[in-house]
Each structure stands twice: as structure tokens, then as C-alpha cells.
Design a protein around this ligand. Structure first.
Ligand code: HDD
Length: 737
């Protein structure tokens, strides 16, 4: 229905003087900050406290007195410290920063923060896992949330996305079922933060619309190396609207400037034990060290008249638009340059909502998005127990807020005057309605016409083509990882029927893929299982048109491996040493690593000083009990006869090397170090040149003979690191790590 937007009315009213808040988010938060180091300890009432180690008692061995207001207040506050965790995306890490467009996007959207390349808009980003509780491990196999709040001059805009472009389901009404099935079982609360159990695969196998997303979740995308090396997607199709009122469809993409990289599954599982904060620590430390994470925002734009020209429906969130059909248009860059001061006040209390929109951006009729528009505020009400969560500093817009919302738990704003209704004359008609020209939000006037019906469009009923597209787009190494992930996930499923049904779904994706999965989970590729869709699909004009729409069989843009950014910036190298190492070589290689933006840490049996063969000392940053190869991107073992002799006798050091080899990481050593590689099961490497002084890079294992040039050696090591991982090491299967 074409409706009139009420905000266009009352144009006769005088124009308000728009107060533009010049303060930065930083500045705005300032007034809420407290720094206990700077002052006397006080009660919540501001009364200075002289003693906080003993409660007030009737005699030093007597009972505590109720009149001890300091004790009561301190304890009560502590008892009430928790708020309910998010029902999904409970575990997350946040960072502040800014977004700046490269050029004006005014041709496509009137959103002011995208229209002026000179404007830096403050942002707060929260990365998250979906399934686990607040205290769960970071590196589990899961989708990652990528939620950005832009504090624009026209109000807050939230882009609440994930690190994968499709979603599991098409209609939000299935979201509670999806989440119930993937969360721990209701009877025993197991397993934590994992999809690898019967209930999830039971649900998934009965819902073929999940198949495309399952391919992404089984792929390496579900175990990112770092939040800084992860893409982000708005998932749904949204709308851009320009000042002339012209609308286009838009998909949002974030691309990390460091490239998109992943862990390997064995490493991810071990990290969950060794450092369950791996991803949040990585983000925090990078920002502390000034290695600010950067992401490029791009859009895919589709003209309104092209809406039905694809072989999938733009309103179906289980589909992506292949970049080969609609290329990405870079819009601007986001830089995350400040850690939160307080996890709870900022990261935990951040409240996102896909319906937080600014003029120039609007939603579409995607039924998943429509349902989200209800769910997010509802969930915040449960978390905050009040509609006043928008007044918490992290959620407050920088743009001024004037309205007649009032009261409720924890109201912060002190509204002035008698007038709390509109229209009014007693308040001179304030606050006035903002006409569209003055930035008033006007919903896009889309014509809508239809019968009330619980059904989906037939154009949503192809659940396999894009799953096949995904499979076709991967390299062999990526396919192998995906099959192995399916062996793990479905291998944990006890019900043979569920395993069979899921493999039957996979036969519709690709016969070879299904065979490879079936082989690892003890079942034959099933024939004749009904994998037809659930849901009530209705044919219509739109679905008829779409049947012959544009498509591609392969999308190289989907593969991480094919789109590697060859940079070593911020990568971490472990340097294994014991007393007697070659200081000259270490110093030169370390300097070359540093110059390339690589961080290195000395790892040794114990913490403390290690002495070089020539007497110099280095400090061991980590001991074997406090770290592991899984916490580094590459390893380097400097020469030095005594150091290598000692390492040869250290099981932990040998394990460190074999594990890094198995995880396909670059390894570099020279001279005597080559013996260590042989002992550590570094197999298949051609060490023929070890005595010649030549520098060799064999599948990421860089070796140099005694006479080799340290700079050439470091260069080759850096080259090997640029590849991130060396998947072509077939011999890794034989390594017992
Ligand atoms: Fe959601 C949180 C992303 C579908 C309901 N969602 C949440 C967060 C992200 C996403 C990143 C965490 C925000 C933060 O860091 O605080 N959700 C998505 C994406 C979806 C999606 C990309 C599909 C395209 N979500 C989805 C549906 C529903 C919800 C279909 C329900 C109808 N999501 C929620 C929620 C959460 C949430 C229950 C929990 C905490 C919160 O909202 O603030 O409302």
C-alpha cells in the first residue's frame, strides 16, 4: 500500500535550530567515566570510606551489624552484577574506531555519513560467536557476528552482520527452532558452543534450506584466525535511497585489509584449551600495539528493475549475490583504534538492532529481516529490563535526542517542563517534526499488495544450487577441510538416520562431496531419502520470471585461498632457542621480521635469560608450558650447535615443530637446525642443499646451509609467511602431532 509518511506533515511549523553535537563519542563518554585511582574510596552516596577490609561487628569476634551501610551496599551491588547474557552471540569482544568514506555515495544514498569523504563517523564494533555462552571458548566452529554501530550525525545506524553471507533459514519464525537445536541439549546442557550433536543435525537435515549455510559453517570460514582477518556481511538485501527518492537494492560487505585467514581445526580445538580468549586477546593486543584493524566497506548495488533478473530471490537470506554477477563497489574504510575501557559498560551493554536506520538506508521484505526487526529490541528489554537501554553511554546517539519518551526503570534523561505530548501549543509545538528535506526519516514508499497467507514464494525453493556453487568455488585443500569438518560434526551424531538424511541432502549438492562425507562417518550414500523442502511454497509471477534468471556455476571470489592478500603484517613468529644460539643470525633475521611488521617472541624451556654462543643474552618471552606452536603463525629456529643439541633433547620443542609442520605453517632454520627438523618428523622436505649454503623454500620449510646469507634467508622466510599456510604438504598426514 502506498502510504503517506506523517513526518512530512506540519511543514507550516517553524524550523527548529538543529543542534549538531560536535563532541566525539570519546568525549561524550568522558562524563560517565570514573577512575578510582585518582581519589578517595567512597560509597555510592559519595561518602568517603576509611576502612573496607573488615565489616562492622559487635566485638571483633561478634556478628556483623546491619547498620554497616558500607558492607550492605558493597555486597548488594556485587550480588546484582550480572545481566542476562545475550540469547545468541553471548560471547563477544568490542572495539571503538571510525569509518570514513572514500568518496561521496550521494548518487546512491542520502545517508550523510556516506556522502562526505571528510567526515569520520565514530563506530563501535562487537565481534562474537553465536552459540556459546559468555564464558565459552573463542575458537569453536561457529558463525562469527560482526555488528557495527555508526554514531552518525543523523542518528545511530547499526549494521548487524555475520562473517558469512548466507543464513541458515529463510523466515525468522524458524529462528527459535534453529537456535534451540544448536544450543546445548535441554536435558543435560551439553555440548557447549558446538553444532556437533544430534539435535542440530536432526533439524538441519530436515530443513534443506540450511544446506548452503552448512557448507559455509563446515568450511574454514567458521574458524577464523583473527577477528581482524575476517570478512563481514550484512546478509540481507537492504535498500539505498538517494535524495531524489530513487531506490536500489544493496548488499553490504566488510573486507579485512589483512586478508581473510583461518585456523586449522586441530589448532582451533587446542587453542580452546590453551587460550580460550584467543580471538579477543588478539584483537585487544593488536589495538594496544597500534596495529589497528582495518576493514573496507563495499556494496553490491542492484537496480530496482533488475530485482527479478537472478535465478534466486534477493529477498531470500540463504542466498548471496555472486560477485561475478554484481561486483563490489568500495565505499570506505573502518579503522578500529581504541579498546573499550570497561568490558561490561561498553561491550556487554552494547545493544544492536538491524532496525536502527538513518535516512537513505531502508529494509526490504526479506522475511528473515522482518522478523529480526521485532526480535532485537525485544531481547534488549529482557537484558536491560527497561526501554531506557538507549540512554546507556555506549548506546546513546551523538545526534541530539528530543522526544516525549519518559519514565521506566533507570531513566537518565531529566525532561523539562509540563509538555509531554504532541501536538501541543503550550510547548510552542516542540519538538517539531522534521520534514524530509531537514533529515526527517521517510520510509521508502514501496507498493505492497497481497493476501494474508502463511506461505513462501516459490522463488525461495531452490536450496542446493548455491551450496553447489560454494563447493565448486573452493580449492582442493579447502574442499578437504570441509569434508573433514563434516566427518567431525556428523561423526558426533549418534543417530544413523540423521547422518543418512544429511548425506542424502549433500548428494544434491555434489555426488563426490556426499561420497567423501559418507566414507568418513560409516554410512553408504543413501538412495531415495525424501529431502524435499519443508515450508509452504506458492508460485507467483516473480518466481516464474526468476526461473530463467542469471546465475554462475562457480564464484572464485568465495574461496579464501584464491583471494589471499600476501602480507605478513602483525603475524606472530616463535623463535625457539636454548643457550648457545647464533646471536648474529638471530639478530639479523629478527630485524628483518620487525621491518616487515612481524612480531616475534623467544620461546624456551624456561623463562629468563638465554645466552648466545658469543655471550650475548636474550630474554625468553614464553616457556613451553605457557605457550604452544598453535599460538604462532610461523616458527624460526636459529642455528647454534649447543642450542640445537639442547632442543633435540626437548620433547616440547620437537612437538612444537612437528605440530607447526602438521598445521602447514612456515618453518625456518639453518645449519644444525636441520637435524632438528629431521627429528621432528618434518617429512618430505628436500634437505639435499643443506650443506651447500643455499637457501631453500620447500613447501614453506625454509632451510639454509652454514654459509647462507641471513638476509636472503629472512626474505625467503617472509615469502613463505605471505602464503599463510602451505596446504600442499601431503606428508603432514604422517606426522604424529
Ligand atoms: Fe541475530 C544478536 C547477527 C538472524 C535475533 N544477531 C545478533 C548479533 C549479531 C547477529 C551479530 C550480536 C549483536 C551484538 O554483538 O550484540 N542475526 C544476525 C544475522 C542474522 C541474524 C547476520 C541473519 C541474517 N537474529 C537473527 C534472527 C533473529 C535474531 C532471524 C530472530 C528473529 N540476534 C537476535 C537476538 C540477538 C541477536 C535474539 C541476541 C542479542 C541481541 O540480539 O542483541 O535478538
Amino acid at each position: 500500500m502506498k502510504g503517506k509518511d506523517s513526518s512530512n506533515e506540519n511543514k507550516h511549523l517553524p524550523k527548529p535550530t538543529v543542534k549538531v553535537d560536535e563532541k566525539s563519542k570519546d568525549h561524550q563518554l568522558e562524563e560517565f567515566r570514573s577512575d578510582p585511582r585518582k581519589d578517595y574510596l567512597t560509597t555510592d552516596q559519595g561518602v568517603p570510606v576509611n576502612h573496607t577490609d573488615d565489616s562492622l561487628k559487635a566485638g571483633s569476634r561478634g556478628p556483623t551489624l546491619l547498620e554497616d551501610f558500607h558492607f550492605r551496599e558493597k555486597m548488594t551491588h556485587f550480588d546484582h552484577e550480572r545481566m542476562p547474557e545475550r540469547v545468541v552471540h553471548a560471547r563477544g569482544a568490542g572495539a571503538h574506531g571510525y569509518f570514513q568514506p572514500y568518496q561521496s555515495m550521494a548518487e546512491f544514498t542520502k545517508a550523510k555519513f556516506l556522502s562526505d569523504p571528510n567526515v569520520k563517523t565514530p563506530v563501535f564494533v562487537r565481534f562474537s560467536t553465536v552459540v556459546g555462552s559468555r564464558g565459552s571458548a573463542d575458537t569453536v566452529r561457529d558463525v562469527r557476528g560482526f555488528a557495527t554501530k555508526f554514531y552518525t550525525q543523523e542518528g545511530n545506524y547499526d549494521l548487524v552482520g555475520n562473517n558469512m553471507p548466507p543464513f541458515f533459514i529463510q523466515d525468522a519464525i524458524k529462528f527459535p527452532d534453529l537456535v534451540h537445536s544448536i544450543k546445548p541439549d535441554p536435558d543435560n546442557d551439553m555440548p557447549q558452543a558446538s553444532a556437533a550433536h544430534d539435535t542440530f543435525w536432526d533439524f538441519a537435515s530436515l530443513m534443506p534450506e540450511t544446506t548452503h549455510m552448512l557448507m559455509w559453517v563446515l568450511s574454514d570460514r567458521a574458524i577464523p584466525r583473527s577477528f581482524r582477518m575476517m570478512e563481514g556481511f550484512g546478509v540481507h538485501t537492504f535498500r539505498f535511497i538517494n535524495a531524489a527518492g530513487k531506490s536500489r537494492f544493496v548488499k553490504f560487505h566488510w573486507r579485512p585489509m589483512l586478508g581473510t585467514h583461518s585456523l586449522v581445526w586441530d589448532e582451533a580445538q587446542k587453542l580452546a584449551g590453551k587460550d580460550s580468549d584467543w580471538l579477543r586477546r588478539d584483537l585487544w593486543e593488536a589495538i594496544e600495539m597500534g596495529d589497528y584493524p582495518e576493514f573496507e566497506l563495499s556494496v553490491q548495488l542492484v537496480e530496482e528493475e533488475d530485482e527479478l533478473k537472478f535465478d534466486f530471490d534477493l529477498l531470500d537470506a540463504t542466498k548471496l549475490i555472486p560477485e561475478e554477477l554484481v561486483p563490489l563497489k568500495p565505499v570506505g574504510k573502518m579503522v578500529l583504534n581504541r579498546n573499550p575501557d570497561n568490558f561490561f559498560a561498553e561491550t556487554e551493554q552494547a545493544a544492536f538492532h538491524p532496525g536502527n536506520l538513518v535516512p537513505g538506508i531502508d529494509v526490504t521484505n526479506d522475511p528473515l529481516l522482518q522478523g529480526r526487526l521485532f526480535s532485537y529490541v525485544d531481547t534488549q528489554l529482557n537484558r536491560f529490563n527497561s526501554a531506557n537501554f538507549t540512554e546507556v553511554p555506549i548506546n546513546r546517539p551523538l545526534a541530539p535526542v528530543h522526544n516525549f519518551q519518559q519514565d521506566g526503570f533507570m531513566r537518565q534523561t531529566i525532561n523539562k517542563g509540563k509538555v509531554n505530548y504532541w501536538p501541543n501549543s503550550l510547548g510552542d509545538g516542540n519538538p517539531m517534526l522534521a520534514p524530509e528535506e531537514a533529515g526527517g526519516y521517510v520510509h521508502y514508499q514501496e507498493r505492497v499488495d497481497g493476501h494474508k497467507i502463511r506461505a513462501r514464494s516459490q522463488s525461495f525453493n531452490d536450496h542446493y544450487s548455491q551450496a553447489t556453487l560454494f563447493w565448486n568455488s573452493l580449492t582442493e585443500a579447502e574442499k578437504k577441510h570441509l569434508v573433514e569438518a563434516a566427518h567431525f560434526e556428523l561423526g558426533k551424531v549418534k543417530s544413523v538416520e540423521v547422518r543418512k538424511r544429511q548425506v542424502a541432502n549433500f548428494t544434491r549438492v555434489d555426488a563426490d562431496f556426499a561420497r567423501r562425507v559418507a566414507a568418513g562417518i560409516g554410512i553408504e550414500v543413501p538412495a531415495d531419502i525424501d529431502t524435499s523442502s519443508t515450508g509452504n511454497y506458492e508460485d507467483n509471477e516473480a518466481s516464474k520470471k526468476m526461473k530463467k534468471g542469471k546465475s554462475v556455476k562457480e564464484s572464485p571470489a568465495i574461496s579464501m585461498e584464491r583471494n589471499k592478500i600476501e602480507t605478513v603484517k602483525t603475524r606472530k613468529v616463535a623463535i625457539l632457542v636454548e643457550d648457545g644460539f647464533d646471536c648474529n643470525e638471530l639478530t639479523q633475521v629478527r630485524a628483518a621480521l620487525k621491518a616487515a611488521g612481524v612480531q616475534s617472541k623467544i620461546v624456551s624451556k624456561f623463562l629468563g635469560k638465554r645466552k648466545a654462543s658469543t655471550g650475548e643474552e636474550v630474554n625468553a618471552d614464553k616457556s613451553h608450558v605457557t605457550t604452544g606452536s598453535i599460538m604462532f603463525d610461523a616458527i624460526y629456529i636459529p642455528d647454534g650447535e649447543k642450542s640445537i643439541e639442547a632442543l633435540l633433547k626437548e620433547g616440547d620443542a620437537l612437538h612444537f615443530i612437528s605440530e607447526a609442520f602438521k598445521h602447514c605453517k612456515p618453518i625456518a632454520t639453518s645449519g644444525h637446525g636441520i637435524k632438528l627438523l629431521e627429528r621432528a618428523f618434518v617429512l618430505g622436505v628436500d634437505f639435499a642443499d643443506k650443506t651447500s649454503g643455499k637457501v631453500v623454500n620447500h613447501k614453506g620449510v625454509v632451510t639454509a646451509g652454514n654459509e647462507a646469507d641471513a638476509d636472503a634467508f629472512a626474505d625467503l622466510f617472509l615469502d613463505a609467511m605471505k602464503k599463510h599456510r602451505h596446504w600442499d604438504r601431503e606428508e603432514k598426514e604422517m606426522v604424529p602431532a
